[in-house]
Design a protein around this ligand. Structure first.
Ligand SMILES: [Zn+2]
Length: 296
């Protein structure tokens, strides 16, 4: 996961450019929910602005960093516009079933259920992100684990930071923690960047919540990035042929850019390569062996 920088005014400007009048209509709907004291409407209007988030996130899932289809040829169906804070009732996470099936047990609290839900945030631009179907539906569902007390009745996500959410929010700088300061990678496996404290716990919960260390499609995608990046970094460092080095420079730049899949994994691998090239080579070998053994 990486941060996708944007300010709230800029996000609102992009939303208005995508769907003129959307913010006014969204505000009216929010006022209805405020009067009713809950979320409820026959049909929603957030899909009108989904493309704003798809482009902002370079067509990647906000949580697992898989690259999904672009907008052409109906590619938008691969992306779900997801509410970071659920608009309806929030069950406690992990549920007894999830805890037992996935062997999750923490020494810290992850928040009670919240039956009211965050209905005033159903239409807040800083409460959206696009996610892949796997991250959004079975995993994120309507959960929202927190370390602090649930904030209720607020229509401002900035005021709700006292909840100390466990899940990272990568859009803009609303979340004080940059995902790359919280999550890093040991090869293809995501790990907490710091050994203890609140950021360590956020990393642990985010990894467990989205099964970021368990999903085969993610291992494979990251292994492909590591193998390609290792070759590029090795050529940059060791090859004396100018043309080869130019090609390697360009490949490395692309693989490390925020527009490519699994950027955090790629950047973590580059750090390792600088720090400990022998260990990086070992990891690249293992990544290649993984790809070899999982090829049809
Ligand atoms: Zn995902």
């Amino acid at each position: 996961m990486i941060r996708h920088p944007v300010t709230l005014p800029e996000l609102r400007r992009r939303i208005e450019a995508e769907a003129p009048g959307w913010i006014r209509r969204a505000t009216r709907r929010t006022e209805k929910f405020r009067k009713a004291g809950k979320y409820g409407e026959a049909s929603n209007i957030w899909s009108e602005i989904k493309a704003v988030y798809m482009r902002l996130q370079s067509f990647k899932c906000a949580y697992c960093e898989r690259r999904l289809a672009s907008e052409d040829f109906g590619g938008a169906i691969e992306h779900d516009l997801e509410h970071y804070r659920p608009k309806g009732a929030v069950p406690a996470w992990p549920s007894a079933q999830i805890a037992s099936e996935r062997g999750i047990s923490y020494r810290f609290a992850t928040g009670d259920a919240f039956p009211d839900g965050y209905y005033l945030l159903a239409y807040h631009p800083f409460n959206y992100a696009t996610a892949c179907k796997k991250c959004n539906s079975p995993l994120k569902s309507s959960f929202f684990p927190v370390a602090g007390p649930r904030g209720s009745g607020s229509d401002d996500p900035a005021a709700l930071q006292t909840e100390k959410p466990f899940l990272l929010y990568p859009i803009g700088d609303l979340d004080e923690d940059d995902p790359e300061e919280v999550l890093t990678f040991d090869g293809v496996i995501p790990v907490p960047k710091v050994p203890r404290g609140p950021r360590h716990r956020r990393a642990r919960v985010t990894i467990d919540f989205f099964e970021l260390d368990q999903r085969e499609e993610l291992w494979r995608g990251r292994a492909e990035v590591i193998v390609a990046l290792f070759i590029a970094l090795w050529v940059q460092q060791n090859n004396t042929d100018e043309k080869a080095r130019t090609v390697a420079d360009r490949a490395a730049t692309t693989l490390l850019s925020s527009a490519s899949a699994h950027t955090n994994c790629a950047r973590s691998f580059r750090e390792l390569y600088r720090r400990d090239p022998l260990r990086a080579e070992e990891i690249a070998d293992r990544a290649q062996a993984y790809l070899d053994s999982h090829s049809p």
